[in-house]
Ligand binder design. Structure first.
Ligand code: GLV
Length: 312
């Protein structure tokens, strides 16, 4: 029997995804009618979803078995009270690989003190600034889910000492894992560079605030490719201005695009990047979508289901 999959993401992504998905559905023998819109919501079996897609009211889609997000972050989906169907977040190997490049690049930038060398005056010969070896620097990850753990491994491969914190304790061969409040303090207190890759949930709101910054090492740097609300912005600016922290690379913000008058833009210790740390990649994410719909059709449990009580 033919199943209907509604693609509810911006029109531009339909152009690239539609032929790719159709090809993959055929390849795995799934009989799918992939549509961009429908007059018959009761006939829809699956929805491929992006928060900025056309469907905002999910109530009429009463027979949908799964809403598969194309985004890793699901905070917008969870704020939509009409979206009550099972929801899967995107865990995309392509997104993880891109994120690892970004994180490693910016870890190296902080590690090597590149911001300083980019800002010296002509003739200012600061040759007292060689970096320690990577093995003498500690990089902490707040959030070692699929994305965080992948990035943590990339950083460890470069020789850094790598720590990771998660809600539930994990174990790993290369990343020293912590959980709980004590573990959180340990990671804060040991990290020279702290990478934020946690989801945006009520529990993670303002995770980096005056109190938690006070527990960090003097001169540490922060990289945030996770979500803007993880940081209390006023507290971070105070910490940068007082030299408690040496720098920040920020990719995500409470308001995006970041308004032109936001102090982050011109702060000498902040590098702003415009939510480009990574993105869902067509080939790898399409394979995840097809795998999950295939699971629905063969009675296997869905991958990457969102736990609504945890918020991710
Ligand atoms: C991007 O920020 C995503 O959540 O996929």
């Amino acid at each position: 029997m033919t199943k209907t999959v509604l693609f509810s993401a911006p029109a531009a992504s339909w152009e690239s995804y539609a032929p790719f998905l159709k090809n993959l559905f055929d390849k795995v023998g799934l009989n799918i009618n992939l549509v961009q819109d429908t007059n018959n919501p009761l006939n829809v079996d699956y929805i491929i979803y992006a928060p900025n897609g056309p469907v905002q009211d999910f109530a009429p889609y009463k027979n949908v078995k799964l809403i598969q997000s194309l985004w890793a972050g699901v905070e917008t989906a969870l704020q939509n009270k009409t979206l009550t169907q099972p929801l899967a977040r995107m865990v995309d190997p392509g997104m993880s690989a891109g994120m690892a490049d970004y994180v490693l690049g910016h870890v190296m930038r902080h590690h090597l003190g590149m911001a300083l060398h980019g800002s010296v005056q002509p003739g200012e010969w600061r040759n007292d600034t060689a970096a320690p070896l990577a093995c003498n620097r500690t990089v902490g990850f707040l959030g070692i889910g699929a994305l965080g753990m992948y990035c943590a491994h990339a950083v460890a491969k470069q020789g850094f000492n790598v720590l990771g914190w998660s809600r539930n304790l994990k174990s790993d061969d290369v990343v020293k894992c912590y959980a709980g409040a004590d573990g959180f303090a340990q990671v804060l207190g040991q990290s020279d560079i702290l990478v934020l890759l946690m989801p945006d949930t009520p529990e993670t709101l303002n995770l980096i605030n005056a109190d938690t910054i006070a527990q960090m090492k003097d001169g540490a740097a922060i990289i945030n490719p996770g979500r803007g609300p993880l940081i209390d912005d006023a507290a971070l600016l105070v910490a940068l201005d007082s030299d408690k922290l040496s720098g920040a690379t920020l990719d995500v913000f409470r308001i995006e695009p970041l308004p032109a008058d936001d102090p982050y833009w011109t702060h000498p210790k902040v590098l702003v990047t415009p939510h480009i740390a990574s993105e869902t990649r067509l080939e790898t994410s399409a394979a995840v979508v097809v795998e999950n719909i295939g699971r629905g059709e063969t009675g296997k449990p869905f991958l990457h289901l969102v736990d609504r009580s945890a918020g991710y």
